[in-house]
Design a protein around this ligand. Structure first.
Ligand SMILES: C[S@@+](CC[C@H](N)C(=O)[O-])C[C@H]1O[C@@H](n2cnc3c(N)ncnc32)[C@H](O)[C@@H]1O
Length: 193
């Protein structure tokens, strides 16, 4: 299957099953970021069934890589099967575990990080992998509008630590969940100085 067909199938399934994927509206920022920064090594924290990873992975070439960290083994299995369907298994690996334990042990450098697991832990995730970032590495954090209180310390850090230039990207008319109500949200995009 083409990756786009797998994405469409997840998009139609997600509202029915209440799966909190980034969706096709905010998901465009992942496409844009990859086109702009051309990252070779990507880390995703919180993978669910693999929607956002497929969205990113379809732009990558042999030799480039996404490392996904997902705590739920059953969900990780579904994600792996979706990567297989999309023909992206060689480019995407899944580590099953709690990001709070996995991230401090990661090695190598990272060009892009996508944070989408426990919102209150975004700051911990970032601080755990900060040693792997370089000038120009880009960090995206999803749901910074819907979970503003939980990510307040994260936003304070990326905006005011002097280590990043940071932009709030608001998508007021987001992906429509089953209820039909618009699920607008925002993504914080921070580039390491
Ligand atoms: C919002 S969903 C991710 C959606 C996905 N990024 C997408 O857009 O398609 C959050 C995911 O984070 C996972 N998660 C929650 N706590 C975690 C943790 N401590 N470490 C790793 N993954 C975690 C959940 O199991 C869930 O699959």
């Amino acid at each position: 299957m083409k990756p786009e067909a797998v994405l469409e199938s997840i998009e139609s399934d997600a509202p029915k099953r209440g799966l909190p994927i980034i969706g096709p509206v905010r998901g465009k920022i992942l496409d844009e970021t990859i086109a702009k920064f051309k990252p070779s090594k990507i880390l995703e924290v919180g993978t669910l069934v693999g929607y956002s990873a497929i969205r990113m992975g379809r732009h990558l070439e042999k030799g480039q890589k996404i490392t996904c960290v997902e705590i739920d083994e059953k969900i990780a299995k579904v994600a792996r099967s979706n990567f297989e369907k999309a023909g992206l298994s060689d480019l995407i690996e899944v580590i099953v575990g709690d990001a709070r334990n996995v991230l401090p042990k990661l090695e190598g450098s990272l060009d892009m990080v996508f944070l989408d697991a426990v919102k209150v832990d975004y700051i911990f995730y970032l601080r755990s992998v900060e040693r792997l970032l370089h000038k120009g590495s880009v960090v995206l954090a999803d749901n910074v509008k819907s979970h503003a209180d939980e990510v307040a310390d994260y936003l304070e850090y990326v905006r005011n630590s002097g280590k990043y230039t940071s932009t709030y990207r608001d998508f007021p008319l987001g992906y429509r969940m089953a209820s039909g109500s618009p699920e607008g949200d925002a993504v914080e995009v921070s580039v390491r100085l």
